[in-house]
Design a protein around this ligand. Structure first.
Ligand code: SF4
Length: 249
């Protein structure tokens, strides 16, 4: 059975790698770290090392057993392009994504430079959506590295949004997710930062997904913006090649 996910923009999670190390300000209150430590205390075998980076070869083939087609967030508890994940293991993950062609895989990284370096050696089947995280204007260069990859669907996760992002180069980008930080110690999200990104997505005809305002109690703050939700997704054709026009929710 697939691991269903409460994350609004996906359906399931698959973690062939667990654990990570912090790399930029967006990592400060990392949810995966908190969760990994909790799972270790609960005695979950995959988290015996807590948040230390650990390959999970036994989890590799799981999506092949999930018969129902779904969107799968790859490594919600890690970062596939972390320096400590060997290239050979990344190739194995890509091989599973190729063979499990009935699913759509959403891979997200903050290690955009390594992603770009390795891209030519990876098989980018059309069911692989590749994204980079951007938390503020200082990290928009990750988008340039993403553009260098062969992924047919490219997306940005601008979460936790920690400051204005400035002018975004959205050429060749299909989808933008925006959200505020949630949980203990959540940092402030300003409405103007969100509406500026929405405006830029509209101008570039890029699908815009507003995930949450966040805060200490994210259920209370919700996810409506100007009285509605934004759940736009990239258009994926039957051959799963992305087009640039968004599906309006
Ligand atoms: S890259 Fe992601 S998983 Fe790794 S520490 Fe940062 S927020 Fe957590």
């Amino acid at each position: 059975m697939a691991h269903s996910s409460p994350i609004e923009w996906t359906e399931s999670t698959w973690n062939p790698v667990t654990g990570c190390t912090k790399i930029s300000p967006g990592c400060k209150n990392c949810y995966a770290k908190r969760m990994a430590e909790r799972l270790r205390l609960m005695g979950q075998p995959n988290y015996a090392n807590g948040f230390e980076l650990t390959l999970q070869p036994r989890a590799l083939e799981l999506p092949l057993r999930w018969k129902k087609p779904q969107r799968i967030f790859v490594n919600s508890m890690s970062d596939l392009f972390h320096d400590d994940v060997p290239l050979d293991f990344i190739h194995k993950v890509f091989s599973v994504m190729e063979r499990a062609s009935w699913h759509q895989f959403q891979v997200l990284t903050k290690r955009a430079e390594r992603l770009a370096e390795l891209s030519a050696s990876l098989l980018w089947t059309p069911n692989i959506w590749m994204g980079v995280s951007v938390e503020n204007a200082a990290y928009t260069n990750r988008i340039d590295f993403l553009r260098l990859t062969g992924a047919s669907v490219k997306f940005l996760s601008i979460e936790p949004l920690l400051g204005p992002v400035g002018v975004l180069d959205l050429r060749d980008i299909d989808w933008v997710i925006v959200g505020g930080e949630s949980g203990p110690g959540a940092r402030e999200l300003k409405r103007a930062w969100v509406t500026d990104i929405r405006r830029q997505c509209r101008a570039a005809k890029v699908a815009f997904f507003f995930k949450q305002w966040g805060g200490v109690n994210k259920k209370r703050t919700g996810r409506t913006l100007d009285g509605r939700t934004y759940d736009e997704m990239p258009i994926v054709s039957t051959t799963q090649t992305a087009r640039s026009l968004p599906v309006l929710a």
